[in-house]
Design a protein around this ligand. Structure first.
Ligand code: C2E
Ligand code: CA
Length: 436
């Protein structure tokens, strides 16, 4: 790093301001090092360095930072677009398998870049900004490039601050679960509930799950947290009606760890909860970290009788290859598609195609984030059978969820039955061609 820092100082001394620094972090390197040994790991790093030097333009300087990280200094880069292109290219070439003596190494890489501005006081700060951007890529879309902006630093600082507080938190006392109904569009009745974690910290107050889950991942305490939450959820749910399923979120680090998975299996077994009523939700990005290991984890859960849902579908890689290969029972379509479904024909076409795809694959499609009657009607006219969203209910604590169940309308009182949707409704939503 010192060498790179002095290089940056030299370039800046020449009054060249069109400068960016970057960090490349490899995915999958550690596993290869662990399985094939350090000597194979060293050869692989050399192959990575060689491949990079073949594709990098002459004005880009590359150096290994240590571990599986490389530093980059890009001078004379006068616009963001060319920097993004460079980052994309690096990520792309890292995905091409490396032919080693005895095996093919499948890696990936994420890149963070920071552009020079006059407020940057020293090279250390400059690389720190690139590191924030890199973290953003790793957290949000592994295998991609991010160019630094202040919001990346703010988010990461918030997550780190929360991670420090989490270390002193009592998960058993401070963490709780709320439950959001997952509802049939046919009769408006709940078919299951998704358990969602809540943390009320005595010091920070209520912390958003997006932040504390990420913090727990960073602090290495997510496996312990998941185990405690699963125990709580199974305990809460055991007295709920038997025709309801429980959906539970797993983090990337849960499915990447065989030990953590065995612990979860033991919790399910001990609870005596019927595993067929239990769905585990995983995201595509959580599969990316170590695909083989993640598949082993999913198969372990499936063999126990549990169901698997692919969560937030459409936000990450949305790779149909995953949909085909994973032992999926359900696919949860992200709420981003639903927001404009009434006004945007393209959003409707995508959602419709997804619902059809799920029907053909015999995978249950759950549409998330349904907030109003217009969205509900549009979706049920498309043949969507299961939805989740504020239109029916926000997440509820255990007592309120039981009250919700007790107060549900009977199917004949439910006035949104899609069976009464006429072809006019379908024409209106642009899903059916008018004969006229
Ligand atoms: P997610 O798994 O995508 O969960 C759905 C999120 O959408 C929930 O946010 C839910 O409250 C929100 N939501 C549901 N319906 C609507 C709607 O109609 N409109 C809008 N705008 N939002 C809606 P929440 O509870 O804040 O959770 C955020 C994320 O935190 C979850 O996203 C999940 O990724 C993570 N999370 C929550 N609980 C757990 C957990 O126990 N374990 C793990 N690993 N992650 C969790
Ligand atoms: Ca979820």
């Amino acid at each position: 790093m010192n060498h790179l820092n002095s290089q940056v100082r030299d370039i800046l001394a020449q009054k060249s301001s069109e400068l960016a620094v970057g960090i490349l972090d490899l995915d999958g390197f550690k596993q290869i090092n662990d399985v094939y040994g350090h000597s194979a790991g060293d050869h692989l790093l050399q192959a990575v360095g060689k491949r990079l030097s073949e594709i990098l333009p002459p004005r880009v300087f590359l150096a290994r930072l240590g571990g599986d990280e490389f530093g980059l200094i890009a001078s004379e880069f006068d616009n963001r677009e060319s920097l993004e292109k460079l980052g994309d290219k690096i990520c792309q070439v890292m995905r091409v398998p490396f032919e080693m003596d005895k095996f093919n190494a499948h890696l990936g890489g994420s890149v963070g870049f920071a552009e020079w501005n006059s407020e940057i006081e020293d090279p250390e700060r400059f690389f720190e900004m690139a590191d924030y951007a890199l973290y953003h890529s790793k957290d949000n879309k592994r295998g991609s490039v991010t160019i630094f902006n202040q919001s990346h630093a703010d988010t990461i600082q918030e997550v780190s601050g929360v991670a420090r507080r989490l270390q002193d938190a009592s998960f058993t006392d401070e963490m709780s679960l709320v439950y959001q109904p997952i509802v049939s569009t046919l009769n408006g009745k709940a078919v299951g509930f998704e358990a969602l974690a809540r943390w009320h910290s005595p010091i920070l107050g209520a912390v958003s799950p997006d932040v504390f889950i990420r913090s727990a991942e960073r602090a290495g305490s997510i496996n312990a947290l998941t185990a405690i939450l699963l125990e709580k959820a199974l305990d809460d749910f055991k007295s709920w009606p038997e025709d309801l399923f429980l959906s539970f979120n797993l983090s990337m680090q849960d499915i990447a760890s065989a030990e953590a998975m065995l612990r979860l299996v033991a919790i399910v077994k001990k609870s005596e909860f019927d595993p067929h009523r239990l769905t585990f939700e995983v995201t595509e990005s959580s599969m990316m970290r170590d695909y083989d290991r993640a598949m082993n984890s999913l198969n372990l859960l499936k063999n126990m009788g549990c169901k698997i849902a692919l969560d937030d579908f459409g936000t990450g890689y949305s790779s149909l290859a995953y949909v085909r290969q994973m032992p999926l029972d359900k696919l949860k379509l992200d709420r981003k598609f639903i927001a404009d479904i009434e006004t945007d024909r393209n959003a409707r076409a995508i959602v419709h195609a997804m619902i059809e795809m799920c029907n053909h694959l015999q995978v249950e499609c759950i549409v998330e984030g349904v907030e109003n009657v217009g969205q509900f009607d549009t979706l049920s006219a498309m043949g969507c059978k299961i939805i989740q969203g504020y239109y029916f209910s926000k997440p509820l604590n255990g007592v309120d969820a039981r009250a919700y169940l007790a107060e549900q309308k009977s199917p004949d009182e439910f006035d949104h039955c899609p069976m009464v949707q006429t072809s006019e409704t379908l024409i209106e939503y642009g899903l059916f061609k008018s004969k006229a």
